[in-house]
Design a protein around this ligand. Sequence first.
Ligand code: PGA
Length: 256
Amino acid sequence: MPESRRKTLIAANWKMYKTAEEAVAFVRAFIPLASTHRHAEIVLCPSPTLLPAVVEAARNTSIRVAAQNMHWLDQGAYTGETSPLQLKALGVTHVLIGHSERRQYFNETDETVNLKLKSALAHGLVPIVCVGELLAEREANQTTAVLERQTSVALTGIDPASTGPLVIAYEPVWAIGTGRTATPEIADEAHKIVRAQIARSLTPQVAASTRILYGGSVKPENTASLCTLDDIDGALVGGASLVEASFEQIVANSAA
Ligand code: PGA
């Protein structure tokens, strides 16, 4: 499938920032721009407590809302967790799975990523599965092996015939929040490794239609050079998505 058939996706990962009031002010100011940029699907990923307010503020617009995490079960005695049913009931459409901060600080593993991915697909939530190597892994020439492992374990047991829209975010851990962006060449090479693994784990057709986003110090100035590459289908933006003007510029530059 040619690259042009994959719609660009730009996601704002707000992490543990913003109050509900600040989040709603952002969405209100952002709505006029979202309607002028039809080239990109725009997804905001706020903290769980902000989800109802952000869903409400974005109602009847093209802006979509993602949770930053979820449990894989529908319900149960799991204090502090959020279920896919609860997210669906709020109007949440997407979910981040396996962000490196969750892997690093909250013991998320390739296996729990797999459970969450299966659950998201079963519930019709669009999963944005994060993969990416540590600096030490890159320096030890393990990048390919790490990306293949993370992708193949995430996709284990998934029926290609019933896969809904699937999004993968390649986020090299050494580029997250460090100001050190992967060069377009490094990102492109990693995206090709991930896409080839999707083809082996599922089918070439699913691989061709899966959007692979780049994340890690994306800024207005580096968006265009990343997004023009065939295998880069958008961006997952942390720090630079918190300020409306810079996120607007990233969405605009992703069309370049
Ligand atoms: P960053 O974060 O853009 O601040 O590097 C990206 C992410 O963690 O998704």
